[in-house]
Write a protein that binds this ligand. Structure first.
Ligand SMILES: [Cu+2]
Length: 280
């Protein structure tokens, strides 16, 4: 039982911490199915206007700064930043200072919204760790209504349409979904890998804010339509898609805001399609 005295001390400590420079946050572990093995700290330093430097520094459980990270998907850290209403999605790659062990990412927010930042790293010898932080709203947070209905299975991403096999799925069951990228009426022919994967899928549970990040794989090379041209597409090493499988882990029942990122076109531009997937 925590006595009144201890509670008061605790409160004083929290107040002191909040008052300290650039209020540090300890991240909440967010990787679905994973376990926290490190401690992750975050602070946002204000610059001009709505632009902030988002800092992350991570520690072993004994308090040593972690400076050795494995490269995952071509980067030391992936930072996903979503607005409180899940209407915006950013996938950034913070710069890393190997001397201090601090990652920094500049981010421009919109007023009257808070944001959730997910820092995804693989500390050497530990494996994947994802922590969530909150970038608070300056000014009163705007009211919003979250849609909890499954979205269309067909959503736009730049010049493409991304088609998921379905957006209502079974909870607590690993499953595979078809993912197809089309341009106009035809399967897209100019997709390229993005960060070493055919596509990237990030899902965030709107109530628990837990995080899932999976990489679709290319379907086998036997296609029912245009076999010759599709085969030609597949064998060229720098191509990706347009027919893929997304393998999902067993997901708790819930509503998942989902972003599918693909790259393509002459400039290898990255495009994002947003879905709402309901697991029940
Ligand atoms: Cu990815």
């Amino acid at each position: 039982m925590i006595g009144r005295y201890r509670a008061a001390l605790l409160l004083a400590g929290v107040v002191a911490l909040l008052a300290s420079a650039a209020a540090q946050q300890t991240g909440a572990f967010a990787l679905l199915g994973g376990k926290a093995a490190i401690v992750s700290k975050f602070w946002a330093a204000g610059g001009s206007g709505e632009t902030y430097a988002l800092n992350v520094q991570q520690f072993t459980t004994s308090g040593a700064t972690i400076k050795a990270y494995d490269i995952d998907m071509q980067h030391l850290m992936h930072m996903v930043i979503v607005r409180d209403d899940f209407a915006t999605f950013a996938h950034e790659h913070p710069s890393f200072n190997a001397t201090t062990g601090i990652f920094v990412q500049n981010f421009t927010k919109e007023p009257n919204h808070k944001y959730y930042a997910f820092a995804d790293t693989s500390p050497k010898g530990i494996g994947q760790q994802v922590f969530r932080f909150t970038l608070e709203s300056d000014g009163e947070a705007a009211a919003y209504k979250l849609s909890t209905a499954p979205s269309s299975y067909n959503e736009k991403a730049g010049p493409y349409n991304v088609l998921l096999q379905k957006t209502t799925i079974r909870a607590q069951t690993p499953q595979k979904l078809d993912l197809t990228v089309v341009e106009g009426d035809d399967p897209a022919t100019d997709l390229v890998p993005y960060l070493g994967a055919a596509a990237h899928v990030v899902m965030i549970d709107i109530s628990t804010l837990s995080y899932v990040h999976v990489h679709p794989t290319l379907k086998g090379q036997t296609m029912s339509m245009k076999p010759n041209s599709m085969r030609a597409t597949m064998v060229a090493a720098q191509k990706a898609g347009p027919f893929m499988d997304v393998t999902l882990p067993a997901l708790p029942a819930g509503v998942y805001k989902t972003w599918v990122q693909v790259a393509g076109g002459p400039a290898k531009t990255v495009y994002t399609a947003a879905f709402t997937i309901v697991a029940k």
